[in-house]
Design a protein around this ligand. Structure first.
Ligand code: FES
Length: 338
C-alpha cells in the first residue's frame, strides 16, 4: 500500500510506502524538505497538512505543541500518512543545492587508522556509488545501537565508491565506542545518504573561510578537496583548531595542499600546546586565529563552520563583528554523534 503526498507550494508528488515517514520518502525521491534532528525533537521539519490524515508518530510535545496538532501540523520526520495527503512546507531551496536522492548502501570497512588519540579515520567501500555534494553527511547504522548516527563525509565526491569518516570517541557514547573498539577492517555496515545542506555555494564567488574544530574537519576537508580538484580559483582559508599537536590531525595532508595550491591557505591553531609540541604556530582558539589573520575584518567572505557548539558560537560572533552577513555564514547543524 502506498500513499501519494503532494508537497505545496512546489507541487512535487511523492509516493510514501506503508509505515514510511513523509521525510524519508521525500529525501529518497529527491524532494527536499527542511529538517535537522530527524527524530521528532527539533521541530525544523514541521509542515501543515492541508488534506488527508497522518499518524503523528513520535513527535515530541515540545517540537509539536497541542495547539499545532489541533491546527493540523505534523513533523515530516515522524508523520506516517494514513491517506493521500496534501502538505504545505516552508521550502526555501538554495539554488546551489543539487538535491541528490537518499539511498541505502552496504559498506565494507577497508581501513581504520588513528588520526589522533581520540579520532579514527574509517574508510568504507560502498556496494554502489554514492552521489553527494562535498560537505554532506551519511547516517550510519551501528549494530546493537538504536537509531542511526550522522557522520560527515571527509573525502571528495570524485571517488563515489568510497566514504571516509572521522569518528571522535565520545566518552560513554555507545556508537562511537563501538566504532573505536569493536569495528574491524573487513566488517560490513549499513548506511544511508547523502543528507544535509552544508555545501559550498559555488555560484557565489566570494573567497571562503573554513573554521573547523575537533572531528569537524571532515566536511571542510571534503569541500576543500572538491574545490581544488574542480580548479576553483577563489582564495580558500582553512583555520583548524585543536588542543595540541597530537589532536591536530591530517596536518600533513593540508600542509601539502597549501604548498601545492597558492590560493589555499592553511592556518592551524592550538589552544593548549604541550611543551614537547614546540609549537611555533598560532596559540589560542581557532576563531582567534581567524581574527588575527584578517585583523578582525572579514567583509566580502563566505564562511563555513564545523565543530563543537562553543567554537561555532565564538566564530559566528567574530565573523559578524568583522562584517560578514548572516546569510554568508553556513554551519553543520546535526547533533554530535555519541
Ligand atoms: Fe527535527 Fe523533524 S523534528 S527534523
Amino acid at each position: 500500500m502506498t500513499y501519494e503526498v503532494t508537497v505545496e507550494p512546489t507541487g512535487d508528488v511523492i509516493e510514501v510506502e506503508e509505515g514510511q515517514t513523509i521525510l524519508d520518502a521525500a529525501l529518497r525521491q529527491g524532494v527536499w524538505l527542511p529538517f535537522a534532528c530527524g527524530h521528532g525533537t527539533c521541530g525544523t521539519c514541521k509542515v501543515q497538512v492541508v488534506e488527508g490524515d497522518a499518524d503523528l508518530g513520535n513527535a515530541s510535545p515540545f517540537a509539536l505543541m497541542d495547539v499545532e496538532r489541533d491546527e493540523g501540523k505534523v513533523l515530516a520526520c515522524c508523520a506516517i500518512p494514513e491517506s493521500d495527503l496534501v502538505i504545505e512546507a516552508d521550502i526555501d531551496v538554495d539554488p546551489d543545492f543539487e538535491g541528490y536522492s537518499v539511498e541505502d548502501f552496504t559498506a565494507r570497512v577497508i581501513t581504520i587508522v588513528d588520526l589522533s588519540p581520540t579520532i579514527k579515520g574509517i574508510t568504507l567501500k560502498l556496494d554502489h556509488p554514492i552521489t553527494f555534494q562535498a560537505g554532506q553527511y551519511i547516517n550510519l547504522e551501528i549494530p546493537g545501537v538504536q537509531g542511526s548516527r550522522a557522520f560527515s563525509i571527509a573525502n571528495s565526491p570524485s571517488d563515489p565508491s568510497i566514504v571516509e569518516l572521522h569518528v571522535r570517541l565520545v566518552p560513554g557514547g555507545a556508537a562511537t565506542t563501538w566504532l573505536h573498539e569493536t569495528l574491524k577492517e573487513g566488517d560490513e555496515l549499513s548506511l544511508s545518504g547523502p543528507y544535509g545542506q552544508f555545501f559550498v555555494r559555488k555560484s557565489d564567488v566570494k573567497d571562503v573561510i573554513f573554521i573547523a574544530g575537533g572531528s569537524g574537519l571532515s566536511s571542510p576537508q571534503s569541500m576543500i578537496l572538491d574545490l581544488l580538484e574542480q580548479g576553483d580559483t577563489r582564495q580558500i582559508y582553512l583555520f583548524q583548531g585543536a588542543r595540541n599537536v597530537a589532536e591536530l590531525y591530517n596536518r600533513e595532508l593540508l600542509t601539502e595542499l597549501a604548498d601545492k595550491h597558492s590560493h589555499f591557505h592553511y592556518i592551524p591553531a592550538l589552544n593548549a600546546p604541550t611543551a614537547e609540541d614546540q609549537w611555533q604556530g598560532f596559540t589560542g582558539y581557532v576563531h582567534e586565529a581567524a581574527i588575527d589573520h584578517f585583523d578582525g575584518k572579514f567583509a566580502g567572505h563566505k564562511a563555513y563552520l564545523c565543530g563543537p557548539p562553543p567554537m561555532i558560537d565564538s566564530a559566528i560572533s567574530a565573523l559578524m563583528q568583522g562584517r560578514v552577513f548572516e546569510a554568508d555564514i553556513h554551519m553543520e547543524k546535526f547533533l554530535t554523534a555519541a
